[in-house]
Design a protein around this ligand. Structure first.
Ligand SMILES: C[S@@+](CC[C@H](N)C(=O)[O-])C[C@H]1O[C@@H](n2cnc3c(N)ncnc32)[C@H](O)[C@@H]1O
Length: 348
């Protein structure tokens, strides 16, 4: 769709000129390398299918700096939507929250979806709208808005809501009402791509439920308004965020009313730090027809102390908690295990 719609009535020089104007006003593209045709791409000098080269943007967090595998992230999202949505992409309404330069919405729009992208930074939306116009995609719209303002009354309902790279930028007070509001906008799939925390010493109560996580900084305490604006991948105003633990995210999906949730492993996204992509599905909750005994209470993940043998994740969390509480005992337990393994190897 994109290739035939591309550049209808817009010539190469106009696109190049408009791109340079936007870059003068808002700086170069930081993440999304969109092929605009005519040998022009938003980030690389010439359009290339592989997309993501070195990012010109230096991220505050050193472990993410210099590399932004955006094209592989877009491939993952397109694939999982194609595989899991109930309709073809061309029939879907898709909401892209905190859309940055619009790469996800534009790719999905190029496949015929009706896509709405929202971001709080004017410069990102100017770039997204420019690429949308260059590609001739009237089915893709963008808005400068705070994602915390998103409601079904304001934007409508969507087959797929993309919540990519934004949950972990929100402050504790905003995270849960935001999750509730975007769940309300989702008619089927909510895709969450997020950073999680293993260490979850803090708790937060929302709607009578307790969630665990960790508060970490967004911007330097003394950051000016213009520094916050330029810190283009971070929050638009809050100075701290609240990272959820994996188990609390699972519980949140349940509490929001999703009937099941999945973690995406393929297509792979390499080099993007400790983050995961989850798909929560709004389906009909099933009750068993043949169980002789139904649990009186729904089962619920707890951080470390229940289901301790349910998965390697529980085991890691339990070990970390032990290590924090009693480093010496944890050391001896590790030592005994290592010594036992060495002895077994030597007997083989
Ligand atoms: C890490 S980037 C993620 C971009 C994209 N969704 C992705 O996954 O690649 C975070 C984006 O969220 C935007 N943002 C942060 N806080 C926001 C808010 N409260 N409302 C709207 N946009 C926000 C930033 O401007 C930035 O574009």
């Amino acid at each position: 769709v994109a290739r035939s719609a591309k550049l209808r009535g817009v010539n190469r020089d106009e696109i190049q000129q408009r791109k340079e104007e936007i870059e003068r006003q808002f700086g170069p593209w930081t993440a999304m390398d969109i092929d605009l045709g005519h040998g022009i791409a938003t980030r690389t000098g010439a359009a290339s299918a592989s997309g993501s080269g070195e990012s010109s943007y230096r991220h505050e967090r050193s472990d993410w700096s210099g590399y932004s595998p955006t094209s592989s992230r877009i491939s993952r999202i397109v694939q999982l939507i194609a595989d899991l949505a109930r309709k073809p992409i061309s029939e879907l309404r898709i909401l892209d929250l905190a859309c940055l330069e619009g790469g996800f919405a534009i790719e999905l729009g190029a496949r015929g979806a009706t896509a709405v992208g929202i971001d709080g930074r004017r410069g990102h939306i100017a770039k997204a709208e420019f690429a949308r116009n260059a590609l001739g995609l009237p089915n893709v719209t963008f808005a400068v808005d705070d994602v915390r303002n998103v409601t079904r009354a304001r934007y409508g309902g969507f087959d797929v809501v993309l919540c990519l790279g934004i949950l972990y930028h929100l402050a504790e007070r905003d995270l849960f009402p935001f999750a509730r509001a975007i769940t309300d906008c989702s008619d089927h799939l909510l895709v969450v791509d997020t950073v999680l925390t293993i260490e979850a010493p803090e708790s937060s109560i929302y709607d009578g439920r307790t969630y665990h996580g960790l508060t970490t900084p967004e911007h330097q305490a003394k950051a000016s308004a213009s520094e916050i604006e330029e810190n283009a991948w971070m929050s638009i105003d809050n100075s701290t965020n609240f990272l959820l633990s994996r188990f609390s995210l699972y519980n949140l999906f349940t509490d929001l009313g999703f009937s099941s949730a999945y973690e995406c492993f393929l297509p792979p996204v390499l080099g993007h730090g400790a983050r995961s992509t989850f798909v929560a599905v709004k389906g009909a909750r099933q009750t068993l027809l043949t169980a002789a005994h139904l649990a009186a209470e729904e089962e619920r993940y707890r951080e470390t102390d229940s289901g301790a043998s349910d998965s390697e994740l529980h085991l890691v969390a339990r070990e970390l908690t032990r290590l924090r509480r009693n480093p010496l005992a944890a050391f001896w337990s590790f030592f005994r295990r290592a010594a036992g393994n060495a002895l077994r190897r030597s007997r083989r």
